[in-house]
Design a protein around this ligand. Structure first.
Ligand code: IMP
Ligand code: MG
Length: 184
């Protein structure tokens, strides 16, 4: 899917495919260096992190393992409440593992804050977070995100894994939607 497949639904491209991929090169180089000689487990948060995970993991030279969690936050509409339910748990025992959570976006930070304490309670050697995007709201919750792709403004974005009503995840870029999409 690309901009031409969206009719008039696209308002603007915020981050191009090239910008995203170039940034992932940098992040992968950093993670390779930081975890050299260690055994790393990447934990992706479904479904939004699928694209980041696929592109990021392929850039790492380190041998890694990959696991997935699906969580749902209770709350109305597009705002997160911080009350989280596990829909799919990890298959991996985290004891003494170095864990890197891979996320698409940190908005309120409430989901991640919950996830972090949940995973930390499983006795891992370490837990860090990598997110492709972060909104300013996240600063309100004290979550230490080690690797951030891009800081973006407080706007609803789609693409590169992120959806509106389960659509637009397969865009290679990150963009905003025209107002009429929300009104339909
Ligand atoms: P939180 O507010 O940090 O808890 O964000 C929870 C989840 O909401 C993220 O992992 C995304 O799946 C989703 N989300 C937050 N902001 C956006 C956005 O701008 N577009 C699409 N999904 C979003
Ligand atoms: Mg997410």
């Amino acid at each position: 899917m690309d901009a031409t497949d969206m009719g008039g639904d696209l308002a603007k491209v915020l981050l191009s495919e090239e910008q995203l991929q170039t940034r992932l090169d940098e992040l992968a180089a950093q993670v390779d260096a930081d975890y050299a000689g260690r055994d790393l487990l990447l934990v992706g948060v479904l479904k939004g992190a699928v694209m980041v995970m696929a592109d990021f993991a392929r850039r790492l030279h380190l041998p890694i393992q990959m696991d997935w969690m699906a969580v749902s936050s209770y709350g109305a509409g597009t705002t997160s409440s911080g009350v989280v339910r596990i829909l799919k748990d990890l298959d991996t025992d985290l004891s003494d593992r170095h864990v890197l959570i891979v996320e698409d976006i940190v908005d309120s930070g409430l989901t991640l804050s919950w996830l972090l304490s949940n995973l930390r309670s499983r006795n891992p050697a370490s837990v860090e977070i990598l997110t492709m995007l972060r909104k300013p709201e996240a600063a309100k919750v004290d979550v230490d995100v080690r690797y951030v792709g891009f800081e973006i403004p407080t706007e609803f974005v789609v693409g590169y894994g992120l959806d509106y009503a389960e659509k637009y995840r397969n865009l290679p870029f990150v963009g905003t939607l025209a107002p009429h999409v929300y009104a339909d």
